[in-house]
Design a protein around this ligand. Sequence first.
Ligand code: SF4
Length: 368
Amino acid sequence: MPFSERANKSNLLGKSLEELRALAVSLGEPAYRGGQLYHAFYAEKRFDVATMANLPAGFRQKLLDTTRVALPKFLRKYPSADGTVRYVLAIDAPDDFSSNAETTIETVFMPEENRQTICISTQAGCAVDCGFCLTATLGLIRNISAGEMLGQVLVALEDHRAALKPRTNIVLMGQGEPLLNYDAVMAALRILMDPKGMAISPKHVTLSTSGIIPGIERLAQETIRPKLAISLNASNDEQRNTIMPINRKYPLETLLDACRRYPLRTWEHLTIEYVLLGGFNDSPEDARRVARLLANIHVKVNLIPWNPGNLPYQPPDADRIEEFRRTLTEKDVPAFVRYSRGQDVMAACGQLALIESGGAQALAQISV
Ligand code: SF4
């Protein structure tokens, strides 16, 4: 679609049931026609309005004249030996459509025995500036809309349509800090978790944050919300300040207070992510401090050995990883070692930065 045409047509993907019903009324149709669109897009995953025979021809034409249904544009995919696929997708130009440039984002599909997990980006780039993360080197390019988040899931599902497992997990661990794009993230999640929408159980959706406390408190008020993961990565403030500058604004004590106050559902625990950086945060003393920090909080800790990258950290030794896990477990803090998937195609969970310049690519990645 030419840029000028695209700029004039609003994207229906990402619109809620209420918004689609209001749109139908604004175009002279009964509100339930909006419900038909909602069902077609999210439950049936059909996007070609012209072929929706259950809609009157006049309504279809009005929709085609004034709106569009735009999925992210598939640019490239990188399949890993372990079945993981990293997608590079193009989304529209920055919000004001002031340029015709497109922004790229990354999405990762990870097949498992009885399910698939899709890791989506919530921002293009990120402003949080974690020192161990290459996405941070991009800075914040722009927020991603609800439709662009749903679009990432839909593109990955469609590409695997022939071999999908019965269950889909969604993790918000790609580029960006989800709680700094709160409204769009929640708009996408409401559709994703709506039994009449994309029908993914809240038990199978996880939002990961660097510790944005106002966002955590807001999420706590939501009736329907995903599971919450906190990216901890340090055992004291001094250490965390070094690798996560956000800790100066929301230090450990206030972050862990927010975790203690967080209203867990009966089936739920908080997930704590801890990237093990060799020689930096992986000592037995670190493990003991982490156990003390997390005492009396209902958590499960994922220990993620850091993968070599273009940043000044080292992968942890295997015996340190095991000692760290054992120390936590012995102190009644359940801990598991999670090795990143798709490392051979730079697809490790969450921390992705694809830097493109004049058609040449420099790929860089670390894992969180
Ligand atoms: S780790 Fe997450 S929050 Fe931190 S800079 Fe990277 S993408 Fe942003």
